[in-house]
Write a protein that binds this ligand. Structure first.
Ligand code: GLN
Ligand code: ZN
Length: 769
């Protein structure tokens, strides 16, 4: 029989119940016991739901209260020294995840520890906690989650497939603890492997017959030593345990890394959404009895599966291997999808067609079991489901909602000259210097000013219809006036309107564009208890009407100083959304770029001399495999240029990026050809600036002078020193003075104090000339 399987479920819950539970615990509104009972209930309902949906291999052990890599670290006793004094395991766990500050009491000392480092989980928007190891790290096995959860499910009569973060992924993603000398974390394998074996034996003893070991490192470009470690680990596990082992690779192509594991596992899971071609490559490699788990249903997006296509692909596998050696699965853990479309009542009512194209985790489980059933009992047995699916796929393919002929034609006919500014930077600079007449070391900000409670309340009232359009406009104007006057008072040179009308830099524009929609409950975890609800791009994108002109023109009318218009770039608009998968990414990006291009030109026509197009997501969108970088950079950088190149020489195009390691993609950053680039910098070492020097970057640049993530006010002296350091690397005529990023999450008093100091620093350096 072909088996319907799942790799992981959105543990945060249907309505983010786990988030609420955990946060109530943090604020001491519920006890540890209540937390445990609460999450057990959520877990139980998820297992039952998957069972009802027909999943036969239901995952357990992947459920976490913060992050499962952190779970893994804690269960193996990889606890950095600074947390070791925290005795309660749960308190210690959260302290590592999010830091802990507690005043001294009669019985306990003061605690003040920051969180461990967080990093992006491969190319997802999920962030995991980076394990820290000492060179002489000792591991111990303590209350493994997988065993606890397997038993809990078993007690309910549900037989699950425990999931572990694999040893190589765990070590490879970890880092040497600060203060210890750098070493290869994989060298710890001989120490941690015996504990993995012990853990697997505990699972065996508890009655598990399969274990799923997640090794997403398998989709990276791996050095030989990592491959060797993989081989060694799975050879040892095979030799010393009796359980069946499924090793899961997902988020990309496994390529040659498959050879490192293929001889020593009972099953391999492949992400056939990302890499359908790998089915044919891996099939002939499998030995007698080895199972292939086919990741056919996209675990990273929200669209229905093309069931008929998936069945066809699966039939190929069944033909080669026989039914018993095929698992049907989502491409990766469904923790990266929202919970269920049952809660999308608004879209269902307003746009039933769009609703029929959506599939969240619960629906994806059904898709997996329909595919399995079709293979086991023939397509006839799921006739109705297939017919409904085919109709929805067809409606999506042909719907006028997804296709706008004018947009398509415009993208197909983009003239070559539209992809770059007509004149080189040197010529543009001359025109801009003349027009803007800015002092040396011009000062500016990145766009947003404090989003106060007043602003949030007004926005909510407006959304609910409690505040009329006219009253809301009056309110926003008053906010802009405050921001403009403030900037003049503080002495900034290039002003912004402050973004009071924007709740979020992507969502705000999504509302103003055709092709976007918004879900009620499409939450996915970003880190810890924090979830995001990305907009959905389902159709061709174009402007409904000019998007930012009224606000900026009003702001400009209040001042003689140059105003900087503010837009979110095409790549960021795309990367921070659920993106349609029915047209190529580069085409969609070009559509967004053209919509923005019109806005950029309108801004220029409205007399706005500087226009900033934020692209914080360009770096994070970089593909995992190096072989894919060039083509990605070509279209992403191209789209940025397309969006900005429609203006005259004298119009100054700015861009902004948050903290980014630019070293490996510097040429692409330069190829953006922005007149001014502002980058988050205050926490970076000199490496970031060094590369601009080494590569002899010619355009203007504003490396952030202070960190905006903390309420701390940077002193004049401190910024003076930092700016002095910048002058060592960058030619003075190209340097700007600005904070790291937008100020929306800060309070007014600290913003004022910080900017006053910052402007004073610019004035000091000018006075030396
Ligand atoms: N203009 C945006 C702001 O100031 C930029 C935010 C970002 O880079 N993430 O908020
Ligand atoms: Zn930023």
């Amino acid at each position: 029989m072909v088996t319907a399987t799942n790799l992981g479920y959105p543990y945060v819950g249907a309505k983010r119940e786990l988030k609420k539970l955990v946060e109530s615990f943090w604020s001491a509104k519920i006890s540890e016991d209540e937390l445990r009972t609460g999450y057990s209930k959520i877990q139980e309902s998820h297992w039952k739901l998957q069972q009802e949906k027909g999943i036969q291999h239901i995952p357990s052990g992947e459920y976490t209260l913060y992050d499962r890599v952190l779970d893994t670290a804690q269960q193996f006793g990889a606890i950095p020294q600074r947390y070791q004094h925290i005795k309660s395991p749960l308190e210690q766990f959260f302290a590592m995840g999010r830091g802990l500050q507690r005043a001294a009491t009669a019985t306990s000392e003061k605690v003040d520890v920051p969180a461990m480092e967080m990093k992006k989980w491969f190319d997802t928007n999920y962030h995991f906690i980076v394990p820290e190891f000492e060179a002489d790290q000792k591991f111990t096995l303590q209350n493994p989650r997988a065993v606890e959860q397997f038993k809990a499910a078993k007690a309910l009569g549900i037989h699950t497939r425990p999931v572990l973060v694999g040893p190589i992924t765990f070590l490879h993603l970890g880092k040497a603890a600060k203060g210890t000398e750098d070493f290869e974390t994989l060298s710890l394998l001989p120490k941690v492997l015996p504990l993995y074996i012990e853990l697997i034996k505990q699972l065996e003893a508890a009655g598990a017959d399969w274990v799923q070991i997640d090794e997403p490192v398998l989709i990276l470009d791996l050095d030989a030593n990592v491959k060797l470690a993989l081989e060694k680990a799975y050879k040892t596990i095979k030799a010393q345990t009796n359980i069946k082992v499924l090793v899961a690779a997902y988020f990309g192509r496994i390529e040659n890394n498959v050879y490192a594991i293929k001889d020593n596992v009972d099953a391999i899971h492949l992400d056939l959404v990302r890499a359908p071609e790998e089915l044919d490559i891996v099939l002939p490699l499998l030995k007698e009895n080895q199972v292939l788990s086919l990741g056919l249903v996209d675990g990273r997006n929200i669209w229905i599966n093309n069931l008929s296509k998936s069945i066809e692909l699966a039939e190929k596998a069944v033909k080669a291997l026989g039914q018993d050696r095929v698992f049907i699965a989502p491409s990766c853990s469904l923790a990266h999808s929202p919970f269920s479309t049952t809660f999308e009542k608004k879209i269902q009512a307003k746009n039933p067609e769009l609703f029929s194209w959506l599939s969240y985790a619960a629906e994806k489980c059904s898709e997996v079991s329909i595919i399995a059933k079709a293979l086991n009992q023939g397509r006839e047995s799921v006739k109705e489901a297939l017919a409904a699916n085919a109709a929805a796929i067809e409606s999506r393919r042909t719907s006028p909602q997804t296709k706008n002929p004018i947009v398509r034609e415009r993208v197909a006919k983009i003239p070559t000259e539209a992809w770059k500014r007509p004149s080189p930077f040197a010529v543009r600079r001359e025109a801009q210097v003349k027009k803007l007449n800015l002092p040396l070391f011009p000062t500016t900000t990145i766009g947003s000013f404090p989003q106060t409670k007043d602003i949030r309340v007004a926005r909510q009232k407006y959304a609910k219809g409690e505040l009329s359009q006219a009253d809301y406009d009056v309110f926003i104007k008053a906010e802009m006036k405050k921001v403009v006057e403030f900037q003049e008072r503080v002495g900034l040179d290039v002003l912004v309107h402050g973004e009071p009308e924007r709740n979020d830099m992507v969502e705000h524009f999504g509302h103003l564009l055709h092709g976007y929609d918004f879900t009620e409950n499409g939450w996915v975890v970003s880190y810890g208890s924090r979830c995001v609800k990305p907009p959905v791009i389902f159709g061709d994108v174009s402007r409904r009407q000019p998007m930012t002109i009224d606000e900026i023109v009003y702001a400009q009318s209040l001042t003689k100083l140059p105003m900087k218009g503010m837009l979110t770039g095409p790549v960021t608009m795309m990367k921070w959304s659920f993106v349609r998968d029915d047209i190529p990414a580069n085409e969609l990006c070009a559509q967004i770029a053209l919509a923005l291009r019109d806005e950029v030109v309108d801004l220029e026509t409205a007399g706005i001399p500087c226009i900033q197009v934020d692209e914080p997501a360009i770096r994070e969108g970089l593909p995992i495999r190096r072989a894919d970088w060039d083509s990605y950079l070509e279209w992403s950088v191209g789209s940025f240029r397309l969006s900005t190149a429609g203006v005259r020489d004298e119009t100054q195009i700015h861009t902004h990026m948050c903290y980014s390691d630019f070293n490996d993609i510097f040429d692409a950053i330069a190829a953006l050809d922005a007149d001014v680039i502002t980058i988050e910098n205050s926490k970076s070492d000199e490496k970031l600036l060094k590369i601009f020097e080494t590569k002899q970057y010619t355009n203007e640049i504003g490396p952030g002078l202070y960190d905006i993530h903390s309420p701390r006010v940077p002193s004049y002296e401190e910024m003076k020193t930092r700016f002095g350091d910048m002058l060592k690397y960058l030619p003075e005529h190209l340097l700007w003075v600005n904070p790291d990023c937008g100020l929306k999450s800060r309070g007014w008093p600290e913003v004022e104090a910080a900017l006053v100091n910052m402007v004073a620093v610019a004035k000091y350096y000018r006075s030396l000339k």
